[in-house]
Design a protein around this ligand. Sequence first.
Ligand code: ADP
Length: 744
Amino acid sequence: MAVRGDRSVASLLSALAEAPDLASAASFLLTQIVDVTSASRACVFRIEASQENLRLVASSGFDPDPGPVSIALSDVSSPLIVATLAMAIVQGESPLGLHSFASLEPWIAFPMPQPRFRGAPESISVARGIELVGSPTVTVLPRSEARVGVAPAGVALIEGPISQTTIDDVVELLTLASPVLARVASLQDSRELVDRLGQQRDRLTLMVDSLPDPVVITSAANDIIAQNHRAERLLHARDDDSAGRRRAIELNNLLFTSFLSKAAMTGGAQSGSRELNLVDPDEGNDLLFEVLAHPLGERVGPEDAVLSVLRDVTDLRRAANELERQVQRVRQAEYTVRGERDRLNLVLENVADPILVTDQRSNIILMNDQAEQLFQIAEAEQRTRREVAAVRGNDTKFTSFISEFALLDDNARRERMSLIHPRSGLELPVEVVSGKVRNERGEPIAIVSVLHDLTRQVENERLYETLKRLNSSLEQRIREATADLAEQNARLQWQSQEVERANKLKSEFLASMSHELRTPINALIGYSALLLDGVLGDVTPKQRDALTRGRAAAEHLLALINDILDLAKIEAGKMPLHLEDVPLREVTLEVTQQIEPMVRKKQLDFAMHVSPDCPVIYSDRTKIKQVLLNLLSNAVKFTNTGRVSVDATAAPGGVRIDVVDTGIGIRQSDLQAIWEDFRQVDQSRTREFGGTGLGLSITRKLLERLGGSVTVQSNYGEGSTFSVYLPLRAPSGNASDVSTNSAS
Ligand code: ADP
């Protein structure tokens, strides 16, 4: 710098270096330039730190002030950019095309170099600059000297014209001042950067601190390099902390360190368990964290630093556990429900009655096969119009019943309904029994209905009705008949009383008549005997024969009269009993002796047997003899060849006497008749042997009087057996009729 001394240069540079910021430094430099050039207007541009724009940093002499001006570095058509990047002086005669500098002509732009550093803007060659400018009014001056180690930093724009000497002075001035200005600028840039970074850091710190999750950066040795507030609460002990908190923090550090070591060993926290258990130092309860680890690399921290974000999953885990339990419960419930449903289906399918389940809106939601047959229309190709109508009808009836029921408060309902069986078209009387299914709040959620087939019941009821009708008509008829009967009965009763009276009269008559008859007959017999015995003189054979016949007839008559008398006495209740001990052996023997001549005459076998256990009975000896005589004489009378026997044995409560013959026997049809008075089955025999037809009648009546009985068994042509039963003690009956041996 020829115009100034070394001292002034030194003071200029030191003033520049001492400038508080780039703007003052640039202004100061500008005053120097104006001082040197005496230019009325000048300004300084600098490349921004971002190296994107050329920006106006100081101006002098402009009125009005040009304000902020900036030209993109990429705008290489601008002479100012060419001057800056080619580091060559560019001068122009015409305006620059920039609004703020419209009146600035001629002008001259001086490059402002700075020491080259890494990342500094790249310069271009002068030739390239000339090429880029491409305007006749703009001249790019060749660089006066090759400048190594410098890089473009900005440009000083000065209003021309300026002499060559002044140009050299300016170049010199800028060569010296430019690097200092660059330093000031970079210092300012750095300061600004520091401020910006500080702000940024504060923002980030605030951000990280306000995170709910603990965030920790650890070194390779697992030492904590940085942590946020939340992490500090867990891992960093302060001086004023309680002993308990300290212990908890110590424990947490231990747990965290061991977690990190383990993670490092197993190849990073990403693999293996990412869960870390810590203790809440304030509350003392367990906390569970999920650790998300990010290796940070050397840019941010020391080598192998790891950023760990600890996500508090205590509640999450609790919720997860609860959720798992819920899921288990739901699954269990689902399983139970499935089981229930299967069972229900099984029941539905196996019940013979149709079952339907309907929802709240009376829609059928479930039914078994039996119900489907009634309420579901068959496959399209099979259905007939009748079936469709039947199903519709059934559905209408059922739905209206269910809808009505759904509106009621009742729990169950029962109703008869007449459906149509779609297949057969037959009427199907049913009883619908419906019940509501309620949820736990008691609200009805479904209705289950079972349909009972009443066909049989209805049929039964119809039958029952018919039966009842028949019954009542029958009852009517019976009532009428009963009335008739009662009338007849009364008549009969009257008749029987009459008959009884007549009978009694008859008996009385007979009794007296027999007496009246017996006396003369006895006289007849007596006198016949006298005559036959020759007491009254000799009789001729003819007379004898006549007398014999007469006597026989008289004897028969007497027997008849005796029998009639007996019968009459019995019937009149005037047959007295003489009760005593009767040894049956004796009685039987006496009777057989009496019958013996007849037996001999007919040459019959005869046997009598009285078993030794046969007891002595207390009865009427004469009447027993009469009974046996009647039976035995009949037996002999009606037996021509063979055998007659009498057997007496003990019987329960008495004795039994069987009179057995091998005679003519009695027809089955006559077995009843033989007991009647005067009844003789075979008259020819009687003619042969005599007989009155009263014997059996008297026998039975006598035995009745003695408390005994008689029965007969007979085979016609083979023989008969008459069995007599006598009790151990004959009933005493009417005391007046009874005389006992002990008493008499
Ligand atoms: P009758 O005096 O005629 O024997 P009964 O009353 O003793 O009268 O007997 C009635 C009838 O019963 C007899 O006429 C006879 O026809 C029949 N009868 C009685 N006993 C016998 C017998 N042992 N075998 C066959 N017929 C008998």
